[in-house]
Design a protein around this ligand. Structure first.
Ligand code: DON
Length: 580
């Protein structure tokens, strides 16, 4: 886990809280006005991206239009997390039809991929940096083609104009943020970012020092790539940029097989979300190859068999239930979730109400279970995947004035992705989301083993909660590798069960129970919580490195909005009110 110095975290906490409060509390309560238009909001990990989204909304754009502007600016100002060279899952609520649609822009493995591509000559999994920075790790980037597909359906503005905020910022320059400077200083050399000539020239000064905070950074090559994308959403997959991507992957450490044909063949997908009831609401999130929709609904489905005490986040017994439900859900997720175009994923069985009731019976309200085994509702034989996932990724939530909503999690996978840098952006290393070893310690095949054309399993959990009238009430999600599931579930329980505002829920300590040890983040941690949980038999690992990036919007019954921005990142939630 990456550790952040508290010396710069605290100012960001304060600044973020001020911004969120300014956005959400200081303004008069927004009201629905005639014509059915209401307040709009963007919650994202960087203020430039939030402002770009707001600008598009003010120009009459939909939530999906704003998402294009937010993504293209994030790819510039937060390149360590997401961008043109990565992939994403986007959940869209269409207020006109009342439907939810998922757009899957997940990367695919090239036709030359093989199940043993992350094994060395001795059959051992490659080390972290070797695997992540290898050409084998680069999947066909899908985020922009996916946004093109969604915008064609749900956009209100001209596609090309959505790129203007990012093009202007790339050409005029932006100040390197504290977090980007911190990551460059602490991880730039360590992760071999400067081994790639393009990335080295862009992210480091001529004397080899990483770019400092406040440095005015311009990226004309990125502006040029955006111009090409503004003319063709598939520009990365079939134009000059496609040639550049293939060339970059075919050189350097462990060259990959990604070909022009692989890029050309790429198709984003439109799918149904995974929705299940939880108490009085419906919780919807991403389907396979993401494990988000399964795991979030598994946690909540198990928790639905318990009543939390009224003390909410102040009662260790409530956290105990949250931990145990997570442990059971992760055990199933690790074994069974993968790309359902390639393996049978027993999703219905795993989320079946009776099955989850049986899983809930494994929880004692007083004592930790210590170890959770996967169930097996459909008699399937896969090994358990213990792959760890590193830090990258970002999440944003948007509501427009018509009540359409977007929940999008987007990623280049690891910090600074694969480090290969073309057209002013980083390529992804998403294929390390496959199990690096295709079999478990008993030699049993893993559902998430690499294969040609397959999409690696994700934990991205863009989530929208619908009320009894099937209207959205909460839009949430986070980065964080497989901890995304725990982080996102925390906001759901915080808002839905513990009556917290989104900002309060986001600020709760992060509590992650994958495997036998429970990690608890230090931010806002009640010192009494860990001893109380240890008394119940939990094995706890305190950690300062839980870098969630939850960006949340709650829609209240009167149509007004509340935002939440994670104090662990640099974002904000900003609202724009309807014209009086
Ligand atoms: O798709 C996934 O689940 C991962 N590639 C996400 C990686 C991530 O969130 C890293 N985190 N901060």
């Amino acid at each position: 886990m990456i550790q952040f110095p508290l010396r710069w975290l605290y100012p960001i906490v304060t600044a973020t809280l001020v911004l969120v409060l300014a956005a959400c509390a200081a303004q008069p309560a927004p009201k629905q006005i005639s014509g059915g238009t209401g307040p709009a909001m963007v919650a994202a990990a960087n203020p430039h991206a939030v402002r770009a989204g707001i600008k598009i909304l003010q120009e009459g754009g939909s939530a999906v239009d704003a998402a294009v502007a937010v993504q293209t600016v994030l790819g510039l100002v937060e390149p360590q997390s997401s961008g043109l060279g990565g992939g994403a899952f986007m959940l869209v609520y269409d207020a006109t039809t009342g439907k939810l649609r998922v757009f899957d822009g997940r990367e695919t493995a090239p036709s030359g991929a093989s199940s043993d591509m992350f094994l060395d000559d001795d059959g051992k999994p490659l080390g972290y940096v070797d695997a992540v920075n290898s050409g084998y790790a680069v999947g066909v980037p899908g985020a922009m083609a996916m946004l093109g597909m969604a915008q064609e359906k749900y956009g209100k503005l001209d596609w090309a104009g959505l790129f203007n905020p990012a093009i202007e910022l790339a050409e005029n320059g932006f100040e390197v943020s504290p977090r980007l400077a911190f990551l460059l200083e602490n991880y730039g050399h360590r992760l071999a970012l400067d081994n790639n000539a393009g990335a080295g020239n862009y992210f480091f000064l001529p004397n080899g020092s990483p770019l400092p905070e406040g440095f005015l950074l311009k990226n004309p090559a990125y502006a040029q790539s955006l111009r090409q994308l503004s003319e063709n959403p598939r520009a990365l997959l079939e134009g000059e940029l496609a040639h550049k991507i293939v060339a970059a992957v075919s050189i350097g450490s462990r060259p990959g097989s990604l070909s022009l044909q692989d890029l050309k063949n790429y198709q984003p997908r439109e799918r149904d979300p995974v929705c299940r009831p939880y108490r009085k609401v419906q919780v919807c999130s991403a389907p396979p190859p993401s494990s988000g929709g399964h795991a979030i609904n598994s946690i909540l489905g198990i928790l639905s068999h318990f009543t939390f005490s009224e003390d909410g986040a102040n009662d260790p017994a409530n956290w105990h239930l949250f931990i145990e439900a997570q442990r059971l859900a992760y055990a199933d997720r690790d074994k069974f979730i993968a790309d359902d175009s390639f393996v049978d994923v027993p999703l219905e069985g795993l989320l079946d109400a009776k099955y989850l009731a049986e899983r809930a019976k494994l929880i004692s309200p007083e004592m930790a279970m210590k170890h959770a085994k996967a169930g097996n509702p459909d008699g399937m034989a896969f090994g358990r995947d213990n792959t760890q996932e590193p830090e990258g990724t970002t999440h944003f939530s948007i509501v427009d004035k018509w009540g359409n909503a977007v929940s999008m999690t987007t990623t280049v996978e690891s910090l600074f992705g694969n480090k290969r840098f073309v057209g002013g952006f980083l390529l992804n290393n998403q294929l390390t989301d496959f199990a690096r070893n295709p079999v478990d310690e008993h030699g049993v095949e893993l559902a998430n083993a690499p294969a040609p054309g397959k999409r690696p399993r994700s934990s991205m959990s863009p989530t929208i909660v619908l009320n009894e009238h099937k209207k959205p009430v909460l839009i949430t999600g986070s980065p964080g590798g497989n901890s995304i599931i725990a982080y996102t579930a925390k906001t759901l329980v915080g808002v839905l069960d513990w009556d917290l505002t989104p900002q309060q829920a986001v600020a709760l300590p992060n509590v992650i129970a994958r495997g036998d040890i429970t990690r608890i983040g230090s931010l806002n941690l009640d010192p009494a919580l860990i001893p109380a949980l240890e008394n119940m038999g939990h094995v706890i690992k305190p950690t300062a490195g839980e870098n969630s990036g939850l960006h949340v919007i709650q829609i209240l019954p009167d149509g007004s909005l509340l935002g939440g921005a994670d104090p662990r990142r640099e974002g904000q939630a900003l609202q724009v009110n309807p014209e009086p």
